[in-house]
Design a binder for this molecule. Structure first.
Ligand code: FES
Length: 319
């Protein structure tokens, strides 16, 4: 977990829909905030007393360092985070981490296909701002249940690159996976939204022949129950830097064990979706259970300590 928190103040708060609030955060002294690239998110210390931390994408223009814009959906099954965010008012203080990013715009692509479902519009809106400032070709499909539930219509509805699809609208405007098209080595696909939407888009793209590496995704929730991440037998983790060995029992994560032994290991979501806890495996066979690493990253030896386990008796980590 980041120990470097930034103090911010809510400078503006507006209801974008009945369930989505948009918050503009500024530095208390009006200093510039740290720069960020499109697709970045911040950890938010929602309730300092309770230590409740949630991740929210930055959806404002990346070139504007005077403010960070967040959009927060009031989750019906909220664990307290989104509802506390909705209670914020102008002038309230909020501590956040510096921006982190595992969902950036692929620099090598010459064309970008942005596919957002619901509140998944937030990181892709920042990407659209960034792409508008450049010359790359892009297309942005924004799917929502209804117009009433679609945020940022004022910015997006008449944008020439954006196609709005609402479930309760005429059939001809609904999202057609044919819009994903045939695989093109110069095109990058970005998808963000609820699990059902993401699974549909990703499986449509894969069925059409798109390679996994071309599909960039950011999930707001793990595919499986987080409890499933720690199911399994015991194994040992060894730290390459010190040679220290710790047993990871069934029901606990590698990260749990590292933190219990005061190892300074990075982490954030603890759900296998943010990538903040990624370390390299130097020896042993990992049992990957995260929803963030690509096949290539796994083949390169990357590993999430919060959600993955070992198939071998010992796993040596580059820590
Ligand atoms: S802490 Fe987010 S993936 Fe592990």
């Amino acid at each position: 977990m980041s120990t470097e928190w930034l103090d911010t103040v809510v400078d503006d708060r507006r209801d974008a829909t009945g369930r989505i609030v948009v918050l503009d955060l500024v530095s208390p002294g009006d200093a510039e905030l740290p720069e960020f690239a499109a697709g970045a998110h911040v950890d938010v210390l929602v309730d300092g007393a309770a230590g409740l931390v949630r991740q929210y994408s930055l959806c404002g223009p990346p070139h504007d360092r005077s403010r960070y814009r967040l959009a927060v959906l009031a989750e019906t099954a909220s664990r307290g985070g989104s509802l506390a965010m909705h209670r914020l008012r102008k002038g309230d203080r909020l501590r956040i981490s510096p921006p982190r990013n595992r969902f950036g715009v692929a620099a090598e692509a010459r064309r970008h296909l942005l596919l957002a479902g619901g509140i998944g519009v937030t990181p892709l809106l920042a990407m659209a701002h960034a792409l508008d400032a450049g010359s790359a070709e892009y297309e942005f499909h924004y799917c929502a249940r209804s117009r009433a539930e679609a945020a940022f219509l004022d910015e997006l509805e008449h944008h020439p690159r954006v196609r709005l699809h609402v479930d309760d609208g005429p059939a001809e405007q609904r999202f057609d996976p044919a819009a994903i098209g045939r695989p093109d080595p110069g095109t990058a696909i970005y998808v963000c939204g609820p699990a059902g939407f993401m699974d549909f888009v990703i499986s449509s793209a894969r069925t059409a022949g798109w390679p996994a590496e071309a599909i960039h995704k950011e999930r707001f929730a793990p595919v499986d129950d987080v409890a499933a991440h720690t199911v399994g037998g015991a194994f040992t983790v060894r730290l390459a830097s010190t040679g220290a060995e710790y047993e990871v029992a069934g029901g606990e994560s590698v990260l749990d064990v590292l933190l219990a032994h005061d190892v300074d290991a990075p982490y954030s979501c603890q759900q296998g979706i943010c990538g903040e806890c990624v370390v390299r495996v130097l020896a042993g066979e990992p049992d990957h259970r995260d929803d963030v690493l690509t096949d290539r990253e796994r083949a390169d030896g990357l590993f999430t300590t919060c959600s993955s386990r070992a198939l071998s008796p010992i796993l040596e980590l580059d820590l």
